[in-house]
Design a protein around this ligand. Structure first.
Ligand SMILES: Cc1ncc(COP(=O)(O)O)c(C=O)c1O
Ligand SMILES: N[C@@H](CCOP(=O)(O)O)C(=O)O
Length: 473
């Protein structure tokens, strides 16, 4: 299997190269030359596999340049005891036709662990084989940062430079990241929003000389490895929810997923699974008040917003107005035509907007994608309603997913809402909704008391370059 850039400026590469490369050299995003397809019988044959075994099968369709036994070993290590639930990803019903897909059983209590624990095994494996080092430059709105830091903190020959937006994360998220004292972890707090931080990541990774001199890479969902690892749990959840139905009806049994969205990585992983042949009926995209993506899916017009127009909300990890992975989706919409995509992006850069309204009907008809917006009031009332009905406490991002899912529920069809974080990370809004904060395990409560270590910076590519040049591994 070979990989290319959405914009056409990358020699076909293998998956190991793509893991280290992160962003494509032409500034585009890496995509498979062709998305592999999986027959219904093959999916059925995966029904009784463990999560690690299923990950080996799905990721193995993409990572074809290493021995299968090595991949199986990496997946066993990635999906082991660091996940609290034995089955790694349990499903929790919240009413008759709706269940949460609990993706937050990992060490940092958010869905980012699902792919980051895998990259925490995969990247050192490739680096060791090649005798190379890697400096991960990342941007976070709260969860990618801690997942990456916990996955890579103990790894030799890897540095982590994580940019986070000042004053835009929850108290728990800040404590989880900023209390780390490992020499290879650098928490750089930027005077801006997540989109500013993500732009810095792209700018430095796009400077090929600097990138090579400092062995730069990234583990944001810019890195295709993240998305492939995330597509595994769509297969897993579908297999779990269809187990009770008669075998002869399973093959094309449509299930819908609702996905709290920001950088469009999680839902694009679902789109990949759908294109591979998983019977996903609808992918419901949920945004908070920063609803550029909802606007796009409803109108076909894409108009990213400035930092000043990006609100600080009570689902802060989704406070994103320029979703990286939308480029991968638009690439599919434009028929995987790299010239058309590159032209579209030039137009977007020049005018600040992209008009794809002629394609808008296809978003639902061909790609099964619909969308909606949720507000603070929605989050509060949904957290309360789910607790009253099912005695399950959900976090505000998952609440965005449940709120929007309600508008697209079809009779007799399961709706699976991806639970993207645990409520412990967002105590304030849970308290507002329920009158109590989720109890913290001692290991997490302790973090809130520890000293925090950060480097403060403006949105300043030069200052960042200097810092990395001085501190890289
Ligand atoms: C808790 C939580 N929910 C939802 C999202 C949105 O996911 P994505 O950026 O993949 O769209 C994020 C961040 O990405 C997150 O941290
Ligand atoms: N919400 C994310 C933002 C970065 O998303 P990624 O999936 O591209 O890493 C976060 O919590 O940091």
């Amino acid at each position: 299997m070979q990989y290319v850039s959405t914009r056409g400026g990358m020699e076909p590469s293998n998956f190991s190269d793509v893991l280290l490369e992160g962003l494509a050299p032409d500034g585009g995003l890496v995509v498979p030359e062709a998305i592999p397809s999986v027959e219904p019988e093959t999916i059925e044959s995966w029904r009784d596999l463990s999560y690690a075994e299923l990950a080996t099968e799905v990721i193995g369709l993409y990572w074809t340049d290493i021995p299968r036994d090595d991949l199986a070993e990496l997946c066993r290590a990635a999906y082991g005891e660091q996940f609290k639930a034995d089955m790694v990803v349990p499903l929790t019903p919240i009413d008759q036709m709706t269940a949460l897909v609990d993706l937050s059983q990992g060490p940092t209590l958010a869905f980012k662990d699902m792919a980051m624990q895998f990259l925490g095994e995969a990247l050192p494996y490739v680096l060791k084989k090649r005798g190379e080092t890697l400096n991960i430059l990342g941007a976070t709105s709260g969860d990618t940062g801690s997942a990456a830091e916990y996955a890579f903190r103990s790894k030799p020959n890897i540095g982590v430079f994580m940019l986070s937006p000042k004053g835009r994360m929850s108290r728990f998220q800040r404590a989880q990241m900023y209390t780390l004292t490992d020499d290879n972890v650098h928490n750089i707090v930027v005077e801006g929003v997540f989109d500013d931080a993500q732009q810095l990541v792209k700018d430095l990774n796009g400077d090929l000389e600097f990138k090579a001199a400092n062995s730069l890479g990234t583990v944001n969902s810019i890195n295709l490895g993240r998305l492939i690892a995330q597509s595994v749990y769509y297969f897993w959840a579908w297999l779990r929810v269809t187990t009770g139905i008669p075998a002869e009806q399973r093959a094309d049994f449509g299930v819908s997923f609702a996905v709290p969205s920001g950088n469009f990585g999680n839902i694009f992983s679902g789109q990949l699974a759908r294109q591979m042949g998983l019977p996903i009926d609808t992918l419901v995209l949920a945004t908070n008040e920063n609803n550029v993506l909802d606007e796009f899916f409803r109108s076909g017009e894409y108009e990213p917003r400035s930092a000043d127009n990006t609100l600080a909300t009570s689902s802060p990890s989704m406070d994103i107005s320029k979703a990286s992975n939308l480029e991968r989706f638009i690439y599919l919409v434009l028929g995987q035509d790299q010239t058309k995509l590159a032209d579209a992006w030039q137009q977007l850069d020049a005018t600040g907007t992209l008009d794809l309204s002629e394609h808008q009907p296809r978003f639902q008809q061909e790609f099964g994608m619909v969308s909606g917006t949720s507000t603070h009031e929605d989050r509060v009332s949904t957290i309360r309603a789910v607790y009253e009905k099912a005695q399950v406490v959900i976090d505000p991002h998952t609440a965005d997913g449940v709120t929007v899912a309600r508008g697209f529920q079809k009779p007799e069809q399961p709706m699976l809402v991806l639970e993207t974080a645990k409520p412990e990370k967002f105590g304030d809004i849970v308290n507002e909704a329920l009158g109590f904060e989720p109890e913290l395990l001692p290991e997490f409560a302790r973090l809130l008391e520890l000293e925090q270590h950060t480097i403060d910076m403006g949105v300043d590519a030069e200052a960042l370059r200097e810092y990395i040049a001085l501190h890289h591994v």
